[in-house]
Design a binder for this molecule. Structure first.
Ligand code: HEC
Length: 126
């Protein structure tokens, strides 16, 4: 009896420390590398979203609505990390944004998508 309650106590401590580690990882947001994301941004996003976070890249004039302005705190603060990943993976229409936001699931890996989103957050602040 004593031995088995000691065992279950030990198990409980193990489970608690695993879940504490998991929530610490969540708090950091998606695991992207902003350094790796820079070139991806320049190659795949800048044309529409622009270099300055205003949604005014060389191709943006033709768009209505305009590509998301990543520097716009009011807009970006409403878009969760999950929604950002989904928008880039499956395209704007999948999250209720413009279908002119392309899907990158065939051109970028999951890690590259996390990297470019980390770069955007770091560079434009939101
Ligand atoms: C062909 C032009 C184009 C390219 C290239 C493009 N986007 Fe977009 N993006 C858009 C448009 C248009 C919107 C929609 C704005 C809206 O609906 O208000 C958008 C919206 C977004 C949003 C916001 C989605 C939401 O939930 O509202 C994110 C995040 C985003 N783009 C990320 C990216 C990333 C990252 C890349 C590069 C990997 C990229 N985009 C490349 C045009 C583009």
């Amino acid at each position: 009896m004593r031995v088995s309650s000691f065992k279950s106590m030990f198990l409980l401590v193990g489970v608690l420390s695993v879940s504490a580690a998991a929530s610490a990882a969540d708090a950091k947001g998606p695991a992207g590398d902003p350094k790796a994301g820079k070139a991806i941004f320049e190659n795949s996003c800048l044309l529409c979203h622009g270099a300055t976070g205003k949604g005014d890249g060389p191709a943006a004039a033709a768009f209505n609505p305009k590509p998301m302005a990543f520097g716009d705190a009011a807009k970006m603060s409403k878009i969760s990390d999950e929604t950002r990943v989904k928008a880039v993976t499956e395209g704007g229409a999948s999250v209720g944004a413009s279908p002119l936001m392309p899907a990158f699931k065939d051109t970028l890996s999951k890690q590259q998508i996390l990297d470019v989103l980390a770069y955007i957050r770091k560079t434009f602040g939101h």
